[in-house]
Structure formats: C-alpha cells, structure tokens
Design a protein around this ligand. Structure first.
Ligand code: XMP
Length: 474
C-alpha cells in the first residue's frame, strides 16, 4: 500500500535566495494550455462562489473565475456575457435603444445588463444620442420618450480610433463615452473612460486579445453538455471546464473527446481526478488542463461517504507528471486553507489552484449573508450537499419535490458558512503575497524555477502545532 500526504504533512525547506524583494517574484501560472494567469488563483465553479460578479473581480486581480453550471443554459450564458462585457478596449456591440422607446424600458435594460448608459440609435443604427444616468436622474415619468431626455448629437469618433486617441478625445471633451461610427454615422463600437482607466490601473488583469476580461464556465459530462458548451462559447467563454466529481470515468473521457472534436479551438479543462492515470487519460482525450482533487474540499464528504480519494498533495504530485510529459497544466482544486497551501500545491507541480472556501466569504460571491453570534458569514455549500442537490432538482421541475426523491439523495458534501471577508481583491492580494513570499523562501523567481528548487520535508503533528501561532496556547 502506498502512503499519501497532504498540505499539513509537509513544509518547504528554505533555500539560499537571491530574491531581494518579493515584488521580483513572478507568480504567473497556467490554467490551461493557452491561458496564463499572473495570479494563478481560480474561483471554484460552485453556486456559492462564482457567478459574474466574482468572475469579473477575479479576472481584475489577474486570476480567473469559472461560472458554475447549476443554472439554465440561458442563465449561465448571461453570466458569461456580463463578464465579457465588463471591460474591453472597444465594446463591439454596445447596448442600444431607439429615440421613441420609453425611459422605463431603458432603465430595465440598464438594470438587466448592469451598464452605466445606452447609445440611442435610429432605425438605420445611426447614433442620435446617449442616455446616461445623469440624463435620467431626476426623471420620474417612466413613460417619457428617450429623445426628450437623452444627450443629443454626442461626440463620436471614426471606427479604428485607437485607445490612446480615444483617451485624448475623452479628456479634451470631458466625456465618458465615445461611440465609434462608420462614414454614415452607423454605430460600430464604443470606448468608455471607465475601461481606459481600468486598463491603466490594472495591468495584471487577465484579459483576452480584445482587452476583455477572461471568464470560464462549467459544463457537465452528460445531458445537455454539448448544447450548453456551444452556447457558452458563443457567449464568449474563454474556456470550458468539464466538471464531474469522478472525472476518470468512461463517460467523462467520451464527453471530453466529443467536446474537443466539435470545439477544437476552445480551451478545455477537465476533472476531477486524483491519479496519474486519470490525468493521462483526460489529456489523451484532449483536455488542455487537468483539475485535480477527489474529496479534499472543505465542504466535501466524499471520502467519508464513499471511502474514496487521495490526499491532495500526493494527488497533485502524481498528476503533475502530465505537465512534464505533455505540457498540460494541472490545477489543484480543493483543500487549500491558507496561502501556504497554495505555495505547497504549486511546489508539488500544480500550475494554478482552485479555491472555494477561501473566496466564499467575499462580497462578490453569490448567496446569503448570515449573522451568528454577532459575526457575519456567507453561506457556503458543497455542490453535492443535500440542499444544493434539492435546489437543482427543484429547478428542473415545476412540481413539489417528492419526499421519496428527497430521501433517495446520498449527499457527498455539506452546508457550511464562510466568515465574511470583504472585497475579494483584498483576499487575493493577501494570498498572492503569501505565495510570493513562499517562492522567495525557496529562492525562486518564477514557477518553472520553483518546480526545480522546491524541496518538501515531512513533518510530525507536533511540528505542525509548532508551525501555527501558539503564543496564547496554554
Ligand atoms: P475548498 O476546500 O476550496 O474546495 O472549499 C472547493 C472544491 O471542493 C469541490 N466540491 C465538492 N467536493 N462534494 C465534494 O466531494 C461536494 O459537494 C463538493 N462541492 C465542491 C470542488 O472541487 C471545489 O472546487
């Protein structure tokens, strides 16, 4: 019988280092063959962790968010679209209204798409005005036509205007939105001051070639997964994650093959597995990234219920052989409790990590905030927990749940609470700071260097107790 270990069984041995400042450490790591993140941290595809708000915030920090799949196809696509439209150098299809539409309609569009204003176009899509919050703020009559309140004949620029030229115009004219038009005045795009500022202030953000934030989305391995995948890619998803608890299964391998065949150019991450054989088979099926972790998660009960799993550090070490062999990155998913565990997961060969509980308490996670004993928490639950399974069943049917159906559920996850943590950017900043520090203790300036230099030492329970702050222990 082999022995296997997890994060708290080991520490990294400090090495001679030439790194003077932690800022000199490049933490970049890959999520998939062609997606590199400056901060190799990904928010989990769970319904209490990642929808558009979290994915947007994660991409702004240099990480990535994967929208969960426990939504209708339309709902999941809508979350992806929000991420892809949150920022871009040129918004190619800005939301528009007609001059005769009502203010009420414009307000509903603004709310639904979470945008700051709309471009007003005539029937030929020629720009005739802009409707911003400033135009609407004291208007109480929802029936009023937009042409009565909009800013008429706004300043426009020719399609092809560069971001630098646009910035000059925005500054000089003291405006916030610059519609781009062709020779006939027909709307072709939009550049906003907000996006230009974001670009300058956040050079580390994860972006695509068009300057839009990166966002991924999950699909299953059975049922509507092909249709869902097509819709998500059409909506702009930068990668698909085939999310199945036991990814080393024939039907998952077949699903990966089918997806790769149909959507060859799309980045495809698949999981979860916990063995080299699992990683190898998914890679052979066409996966561009392998998600590793069977049962290590903070809300998982898979190992208790089923008796199956591999301690996460050993699982990552095993699976990461595929990175050496085929250049396919491994994502360590689950069981990460501190920044030190991120460092250890990467030292073990992972190229990025996926987090649930560490991010679930952030402002941007979906779901309820609860107060217990005067402390704020956010609800965090396993996707195979009883309540998550029942919510899913309820969504799929209009009828009340049959008690027999409820009794038949065998949960492999639990409902829990994550302490409230404020903005996720602050959480990620601390985690990335810890990672930089950890890499510098090993004398590494980059992930590939870290892989060659990192050395683990096994520790006892007493050594782990010594490792934690213990000044107040008596
Ligand atoms: P952490 O430890 O970051 O783990 O909270 C998040 C990861 O846990 C997995 N996950 C589950 N595993 N039962 C499980 O056995 C579940 O109900 C469940 N829900 C999520 C998933 O891989 C996630 O990223």
């Amino acid at each position: 019988m082999k022995e296997a270990f997890t994060f708290h069984d080991v520490l990294l041995v400090p090495k001679r280092s030439s790194v003077r400042s932690r800022k000199d450490v490049d933490t970049s790591g890959r999520f998939s063959k062609n997606i590199t993140l400056k901060c190799p941290v990904v928010s989990a595809n769970m319904d209490t962790v990642t929808e558009a708000r979290m994915a947007i915030a994660m991409a702004r920090c240099g990480g990535l968010g994967i929208i969960h799949r426990f939504l209708t196809i339309e709902e999941e696509v809508a979350e992806v679209v929000k991420v892809k439209r949150a920022e871009s150098v040129v918004i190619e299809n800005p939301y528009t209204v007609g001059p005769e539409d009502s203010l009420e309609y414009a307000r509903s569009l603004i709310e639904r798409h979470e945008v700051g204003g709309l471009i007003v176009v005539d029937r030929e899509r020629r720009v005739v005005g802009i409707l911003s919050n400033r135009d609407m703020q004291f208007q109480t009559d929802g029936a009023v036509q937009i042409k009565r309140v909009m800013t008429k004949n706004p300043i426009t620029a020719k399609v092809g205007t560069t971001p630098d030229e646009a910035e000059e115009i925005l500054r000089e004219k003291k405006i916030e939105k610059l519609p781009l038009v062709d020779g006939k005045g027909v709307l072709q795009g939009l550049i906003t001051a907000k996006d230009i500022k974001a670009k300058r202030h956040r050079p580390e953000a994860s972006k695509d070639k068009k300057g839009r934030l990166l966002g991924g989305a999950a699909v299953g391995g059975v049922g509507d997964f092909m249709e869902r995948a097509a819709a998500l890619l059409e909506g702009g998803a930068d990668c698909l994650v085939v999310d199945v608890a036991h990814g080393h299964a024939d039907h998952v391998i077949d699903a990966v093959k089918k997806l790769k065949k149909k959507f060859g150019s799309a980045e495809l991450v698949a999981g979860n597995v916990a063995t080299y054989e699992g990683a190898r088979d998914l890679a052979a099926a066409g996966a561009d990234g392998i998600k590793v972790g069977v049962g290590p998660g903070s809300i998982c009960s898979t190992r208790i219920v089923s008796g199956s799993g591999v301690p996460q550090l050993s699982a990552v070490i095993e699976c990461a052989k595929i990175t050496k062999e085929r250049g396919i990155p491994v994502i360590a998913d689950g069981g990460i409790r501190d920044s030190g565990d991120i460092t250890k997961a990467l030292a073990a060969g992972a190229s990025s990590v996926m987090l649930g509980s560490l991010l679930a308490g952030a402002d941007e996670s979906p779901g309820w905030t609860v107060v217990r004993g005067g402390t704020r928490y956010k609800v965090y639950r396993g996707m195979a927990s009883l309540t998550a399974t029942l919510s899913r069943k309820k969504k799929e049917s209009t009828e009340n749940l049959d008690p027999i159906e409820v009794a038949e559920v065998v949960p492999e996850g639990v409902e829990s609470m994550a302490p409230y943590k404020g903005p996720v950017a602050e959480v990620v900043y601390q985690l990335q700071g810890g990672l930089r520090s950890g890499m510098s203790y090993s004398g590494a300036r980059s992930l590939p260097e870290f892989w060659t230099k990192a050395e683990f030492v096994r520790i006892s329970a007493a050594a782990w107790a010594e490792s934690k702050p213990h000044a107040l222990d008596k």
